[in-house]
Design a protein around this ligand. Structure first.
Ligand SMILES: [Fe+2]
Length: 325
């Protein structure tokens, strides 16, 4: 093991900000799949690494549509992006976020199962009947934001991932689509391949040895990154000047699966628990007349349960965190 434990440079000049990883950043190290690739090839890469990149998942019309949506919503209703006096505390120093745009914007519904990325998502989660919607948001690091020094972290995980066999399908999958070009000066999503099988980044670093890498993902607008939420990742700072815009969608695994643990011959993996206790699905999706769509939006948290029981009362929604939009 020859990689030295050197932290990534903290570009901010602020000693209180975290360094970003072990200084093992490798540029141009990413294998990229065109969307027409065989999902089996993408699956094999994902199984090994915990992520996969699709080069051209959104065409220019979709990229323009979503950028226009961002521009329009920022202009018309800046508060939903946190662009008001009461900036959203959960994303202070982490850029802007429009947290629940689906609530009031049915024009975005068609993106929730996008024809280019969804077949791959379905393959990775064990078939389209096992894919559940979890969260959809739009984010932006505006120009001249400075650097935020986000730490490497993983998102939601379930403990049995260390024991179950097979490991896949994973419990949650996130799809990040770049809505602006991401080059070397822009903030970049950055992953540690294979780190989803470890509890800490240090454990991954020690166990992976020479294979330990921090890979920034650069790509044109329309690029899609699919990752197991257990994978260590960060937003690697750019030069603090160049912006970045992204669309993030989280999926969960639904249904019961036969699996195995070392101590027992077999057990049934239950559907993944809800990802958040605040995310809400609008009535038109949660109560959709098409049962397939309704199943896709079936992972309700208690906030959603109460909102549905109230008849989707707007006052009940307003009382919830991030519901007042
Ligand atoms: Fe994250």
């Amino acid at each position: 093991m020859s990689v030295k434990l050197v932290a990534q440079e903290n570009k901010s000049g602020d000693p209180d900000l975290a360094a970003q990883g072990f200084g093992c950043v490798k540029e141009n190290g990413i294998k990229v799949f065109p969307v027409e690739s065989d999902p089996a090839d993408i699956y094999a890469f994902f199984e090994q690494n915990g992520f996969a990149v699709l080069s051209d998942s959104l065409g220019s019309e979709d990229v323009d549509f979503l950028n226009n949506f961002c521009d329009e919503s920022q202009r018309r209703d800046p508060g939903v992006w946190g662009l008001s006096d009461k900036r959203k505390p959960h994303h202070r120093n982490q850029g802007l976020i429009f947290s629940q745009p689906l609530l009031d914007h049915p024009e975005l519904d068609r993106f929730t199962r996008h024809p280019n990325s969804f077949p791959v998502v379905a393959h990775l989660l064990g078939g389209k009947e096992h894919v559940r919607f979890a969260e959809f948001n739009l984010r932006e690091t505006p120009a001249n934001s400075g650097v935020g020094a986000m730490n490497f972290h993983h998102d939601a995980t379930i403990e049995d991932r260390f024991l179950r066999s097979p490991y896949l399908p994973c419990d949650y999958l996130c799809a990040i689509h770049y809505l602006s070009d991401v080059g070397e000066a822009n903030p970049a999503f950055c992953v540690v391949p294979g780190s989803n099988k470890f509890e800490t980044l240090k454990e991954a670093h020690d166990a992976l040895g020479d294979d330990y890498q921090e890979l920034p993902i650069r790509g044109a607008a329309g690029t899609c990154i699919l990752y197991d939420t257990a994978l260590f990742h960060t937003r690697l700072d750019g030069d603090g000047i160049q912006p970045r815009r992204t669309w993030h969608q989280y999926y969960a695994r639904g249904g019961w699966l036969q699996s195995a643990l070392p101590t027992t011959s077999k057990y049934r993996r239950s559907p993944s628990p809800v990802l958040t206790d605040w995310n809400l699905f609008p009535e038109r999706l949660a109560m959709h007349e098409n049962l397939e769509v309704r199943m896709f939006f079936s992972h309700w948290n208690t906030a959603q349960g109460e909102w549905a029981a109230s008849g989707f009362d707007p006052e009940v929604r307003k009382a919830m965190p991030r519901g007042e939009q």
